[in-house]
Design a protein around this ligand. Sequence first.
Ligand SMILES: [Mg+2]
Length: 120
Amino acid sequence: MGKRILIVDDAMFMRKLMSDILQKAGYEIVAEAGNGEEAFNKYKEFKPDLVTMDITMPDVNGIEGVKMITAKFPDAKVLMCSAMGQEGMVIDSVKAGARGFIVKPFVAEKVIAEVQKLIG
Ligand SMILES: [Mg+2]
């Protein structure tokens, strides 16, 4: 059975892009969320094997989202999705419990490689 993934991004087209890349590689997308708080709620509900987490989102950003998830679920595997110039925020995310990061714009092979490192 495919590993289950939660995709978090405030931009629907980014979620679609990520979803397509991951589904083509055999992963199952169990849920999507548009900010950090929604991500936490979906995590609780679906207990996915992995979360891809955008950093810049309205209301509750990705760094806060990682903190919320890992505070309650220390084994959660969260991969940050960062844009150029967000290196500082990537470091903050890792301190908050993220296991790695993917750089935008997404390159399918690199996305898959990072996901495989964490969940096979
Ligand atoms: Mg965003």
